[in-house]
Design a protein around this ligand. Structure first.
Ligand SMILES: NC(=O)c1ccc[n+]([C@@H]2O[C@H](COP(=O)([O-])OP(=O)(O)OC[C@H]3O[C@@H](n4cnc5c(N)ncnc54)[C@H](O)[C@@H]3O)[C@@H](O)[C@H]2O)c1
Length: 274
């Protein structure tokens, strides 16, 4: 039986992706800061789909915690076919207002957390015949908005991490995908607040942040979906080796505009030398 491991698997998109894996006949490990919720959801998903689902606590902000989870997964399942590093925390604010510690928190959980997950689980992925590694970023890196500077910077970095791993792991046949969800109706603000270290405690969003975000990118408001709808077809695309999976929303114009600008820059650099 193939095995999938999903971080941030107790809620929202991670849980919906876990259900997709179970529906495809995979055994699943749902790992989350909220270990109780992960265990409860695991029992429900196992019952619904007749596969083995294990839910447990992990804190991707701590290397030892991620290592421990990988050891436990390795004891339960021999190999892991798919790892989805899906944890992300949100913190709104204008760029000039973030403190150094706020930057460090968002980057540590979202970026270094993703790197920790890759590092700890690669030995188990290497035991699978067709291993896949996927990272949840955000479609806001294709079409950014204001007040999301720390979050968007972190998601760009996760994209960079994924691109690097794709190159580094290609010779081993380990596929790497980037999942880009648009807005979803989830517990994201609530769980980000719960994950916030006590010394940094402040509202995840302040008055005016949402209005400024939507004001800078009105299309965002039209792209909201449930996490179940967003997850539809994502696991299949990752298993098929797609490098990029946009879950929902119309990003065609944003992608075309950036691609055209990059193409102009690349053409101009080439032509300047000829
Ligand atoms: N909700 C959106 O609009 C949206 C849009 C684009 C991308 N995303 C991304 O999708 C992913 C899933 O978010 P979601 O919307 O499903 O939110 P969610 O809050 O429903 O799920 C996130 C889960 O991550 C867990 N988590 C938080 N910190 C953790 C840590 N340090 N270690 C382990 N687990 C931790 C939470 O407990 C929670 O269960 C995130 O990477 C998020 O950035 C969300």
């Amino acid at each position: 039986m193939p095995v999938a491991v999903i971080t941030g698997g107790a809620s929202g998109l991670g849980l919906a992706l876990g259900e997709s894996c179970a529906a495809l006949g995979m055994d699943v490990a749902l790992l989350d800061l909220d270990g109780q919720r992960a265990a409860d959801e695991a029992a429900r998903v196992a019952e619904a789909h007749g596969v083995e689902v294990w839910g447990s606590a992990v804190d991707v902000a701590e290397g030892a915690s991620v290592d421990r989870a990988a050891t436990q997964v390795g004891e339960r399942f021999d190999a892991v076919d798919l790892v989805i590093s899906n944890v992300g925390v949100q913190l709104f604010g204008a760029v000039e207002t973030f403190t150094d510690d706020e930057w460090r928190w968002v980057l540590d959980v979202n970026v270094v957390g993703s790197a920790r997950v890759a590092r700890s689980f690669l030995p188990l992925l290497r035991k699978a015949s067709s291993p896949r590694l996927a990272f949840t970023t955000s479609s806001s890196i294709l079409d950014p908005a204001s007040r999301l500077g720390a979050y968007q910077s972190s998601k760009f970095a996760v994209w960079g991490l994924a691109e690097t791993l794709r190159v580094e792991l290609a010779h081993e046949g380990i596929g790497v995908s980037v999942i880009l969800p648009s807005g979803m109706i989830t517990r994201h603000l609530e769980t980000s607040e719960a994950a916030q270290p006590e010394r940094l405690r402040r509202p995840i969003a302040n008055d005016g942040d949402f209005d400024a975000m939507i004001g800078s990118n009105p299309g965002m408001a039209e792209m909201l979906a449930t996490s179940d709808d967003a997850a539809a077809g994502v696991v299949e695309a990752v298993l098929a080796g797609e490098p990029y999976v946009i879950t929902h929303g119309d990003l065609t114009e944003a992608v075309a505009t950036r691609s055209a600008a990059l193409q102009r820059a690349a053409t101009s650099a080439r032509d300047a030398r000829s």
